[in-house]
Design a binder for this molecule. Structure first.
Ligand code: ZN
Length: 527
């Protein structure tokens, strides 16, 4: 990582170069990621996917062919019924079966696993992420890995030795690097009894008593345990790069033992890797993931951040750094940072050559596809929060308020306005929220001074709304306040009370211009 800093490379480019250097010149480079679909894929897991995608992109930009694979470990066992699940009692009867054999408790998809696979597969293209999906249940059921399984059986003692190095209690003498789903009851509650040295194994089932011989070239019921499955697939898919989280990357963790097993058993070099750090969540309450199944998903993040801004968060942070996905007021700052990065990319803001190069690269990597040919129509997120509230969530009305812009600019504003409205409704602090009064609303009770202030405001300010810009309107407002004989703060308080029923609100000149003469007139009709 230090070398990377010296060279001022983006981390994705640094790893792309490292892969080429360590793996040599190859026709195709394989970059891998994957997970067990036993629940909603949370935003912490997304860090792995986007990390791989950024490196894939960097490799492709160097003219390399890349296969980006995403493995659904859907031949894993259904170990635990999440506490918030429907039809709990029925679901419990599926414990210890493969998650692809467990039904979707809500009957939407063909299996429990498919629900979570589909959830993510539908969202990733929105972020420009399109891996090739590999379904491990299909791979195992079609005996595609038979050769790799046989090798593991042959090298049973080598694997045992590697795994025992990190175990407090050694694996029992009758341990085999294989798990078997009983062909009768489908559970993995089986015991392997024998291997004939070729393709046949014998097992018995502790649940139903079934005892059987299976040919590993023909059966759909065997799989390798996780710590052996991973290195077998590195060999099978010829994986060149795969990052992993802290939990796998510790000494004696599954990445560590997989490295040893791939070398000793499969005679294949381990992939280039890095460890990505955990994410935390800010301003939402609750944890990123929990046993209750309540997680912060990619969908939750897409509700308030444009896809480019999500990519920006990950592209702009080194994988080994912990950072927070914010749902609180930081959202405004993150949008501002993104817009600034965009202005730097288009040469509209200068920060010095070195830092500019870095920001420009982050911007490129934040785009869904190629960067746009000209700068998008930037509307600050904060301002859109005001606009969507003035129009009470009518995003189309907000978009129509921008005159003389073309369709793709409208799309861009529309997408951001939707995020703003979601943020206001889901996470914005109360002092940020307002509702502009309409002509049918009852006027607030005010005193003589208030009536004087409002009459002065109507006479001096409203007429000028159509012809003023932000700066000249501010001047008009301050002059009018002075005329009223009140302190500016007190004067503004009367105006905010009449418009939104609060003592404070968004910056007044900006707010009045955003709302427009017609809406302000209606709001003050009864005074
Ligand atoms: Zn059985």
């Amino acid at each position: 990582m230090e070398i990377m800093e010296e060279k001022q490379l983006h981390w994705a480019d640094y790893y792309a170069e490292k892969i080429i250097r360590e793996k040599g010149d190859k026709e195709v480079y394989v970059c891998a990621s994957g997970i067990t679909p036993s629940g909603t894929v949370h935003i912490g897991n997304f860090r792995e996917i986007i990390s791989v995608e950024l490196v894939v992109r960097a490799l492709r930009q160097k003219g390399k062919k890349v296969r980006f694979i995403y493995s659904w470990d859907d031949y894993d066992v259904f170990r635990r019924v999440p506490s918030n699940i429907k039809n709990r009692q029925i679901m419990e009867t599926y414990l210890r079966k493969p998650i692809t054999s467990v039904p979707d408790p809500e009957g939407r998809e063909e299996s429990y696993a498919r629900v979570y696979e589909k959830e993510l597969e539908e969202l990733l293209p929105l972020l420009g992420i399109e891996p090739e999906y590999i379904y491990q249940a299909n791979m195992y059921k079609s005996s595609t890995y038979a050769g790799g399984i046989k090798k593991a059986l042959e090298k049973r003692e080598t694997i045992r030795k590697i795994l025992n190095e990190h175990r407090t209690s050694p694996l029992p003498h009758d341990w085999w690097p294989l798990s078997v789903f009983c062909t009768s009851c489908q559970r993995d509650t089986t015991k392997m009894l024998n291997w004939d040295g070729e393709w046949e194994i014998t097992y018995s089932c502790n649940s139903c008593g079934n005892r059987q011989n299976l040919d590993i070239r023909k059966t759909s019921s065997v799989k390798l345990p996780w710590r052996v499955d991973w290195p077998m697939r590195w060999d099978f898919e010829d994986v060149d790069f795969e990052p992993a989280g802290k939990d796998h990357h510790s000494e004696g963790g599954s990445f560590d033992t997989a490295k040893k097993i791939v070398t000793a058993v499969y005679e294949h070099s381990p992939p280039v890797t890095f460890q990505y750090d955990f994410l935390s969540i800010k301003g939402r309450g609750g944890k990123i993931s929990s046993s209750t199944g309540d997680v912060v998903s990619l969908k939750d993040v897409l509700a308030i951040y444009q896809p480019q801004v999500i990519r920006y968060l990950f592209a702009g942070t080194r994988p080994n750094t912990e950072f927070a996905i914010s749902f609180d007021l930081d959202v405004l700052k993150i949008y501002e940072d993104y817009d600034r990065c965009e202005r730097i990319y288009f040469g509209l803001e200068k920060i010095g050559e070195k830092r500019e190069a870095k920001e420009k690269r982050i911007y490129e990597l934040s785009q869904i596809g190629e960067p746009p040919g000209r700068i998008p129509y930037q509307v600050p997120f904060r301002h859109l929060c005001n606009l969507v509230q003035i129009h009470v969530g009518d995003v189309e009305a907000v978009v129509e308020g921008f005159k003389g812009i073309v369709d793709d600019e409208k799309d861009y504003i529309r997408a951001r306005a939707r995020c703003a409205w979601n943020w206001i409704n889901l996470y914005a602090p109360d002092e940020f929220k307002f509702l502009l009064k309409g002509e049918d609303d009852k006027p607030i009770e005010t005193d003589d001074t208030g009536r004087k202030v409002l009459s002065l405001f109507k006479n001096e300010v409203i007429e000028k709304l159509d012809s003023c810009d932000d700066q000249s309107l501010s001047k008009v407002l301050f002059d009018t306040a002075r005329k009223s004989g009140l302190k500016t703060g007190d004067f503004f308080k009367y105006i905010y009370q009449a418009l939104i029923g609060k003592d404070r609100g968004p910056r007044l000149a900006n707010f009045l211009l955003a709302a427009g003469k017609e809406k302000i007139e209606k709001a003050l009709k009864h005074y």
